[in-house]
Design a protein around this ligand. Sequence first.
Ligand SMILES: O=C(O)CCC(=O)C(=O)O
Length: 208
Amino acid sequence: MLLFDDTEIFTSGNKGKKVFDLPDTELILHDTLFTKEESDHYYNVLLNTTAWREYEMEMYDKTLKVPRMISWYEDKTNIGSDPNLPDWTPELLLIKERVEAETQIKFNSVLLNLYRNGNDGVSWHSDREQNFGKDAIIASVSFGETRIFGLRHKFKKEIPKLKIPLHHGSFLLMGGTTQSFWQHQVPKTTKNILPRINLTFRIVDRKP
Ligand SMILES: O=C(O)CCC(=O)C(=O)O
């Protein structure tokens, strides 16, 4: 079953692989890393079998629920990993293998985000948590509804913001110094839309 029949055109109007020519970032978009059939399958399985949970963040002296659901999987051999984390599922391992074959990089963890509808999103931030290192490589896979992925340079305000539609089955690699110099977001939308699942594969290293 084809859940999403996107005809939306992205950036240059071409489907396929695009390497962005921008300062202080290594940004590669592969619009169809997964076929429609694979993407439909992974979307259905992930939606129904992931250990989704709500997540709260401290902000301005308040504890706020983030507007999306999340789940975290990590190799249990990682130093300091939580033994109570769920085990990698066969589907997550297959997706990870595909991402590793594409990037030639080994990942040891993944953050899944579930955007249930247009009221869910993530505001401007960089992925610079201590355990990921200053310039984490982020390998991002999307299934489900197309959402806009915004990118803006933190310092060079003359560079126009990017709005990249991340389609069902697409892959975006953020490497180089992206996390030091750029911020990203997934804005909320008033459109009546279906859920979207995003997976960001990462390399966690808690060694001092
Ligand atoms: O959903 C996305 O494409 C981005 C997710 C994100 O920004 C994050 O997990 O830090």
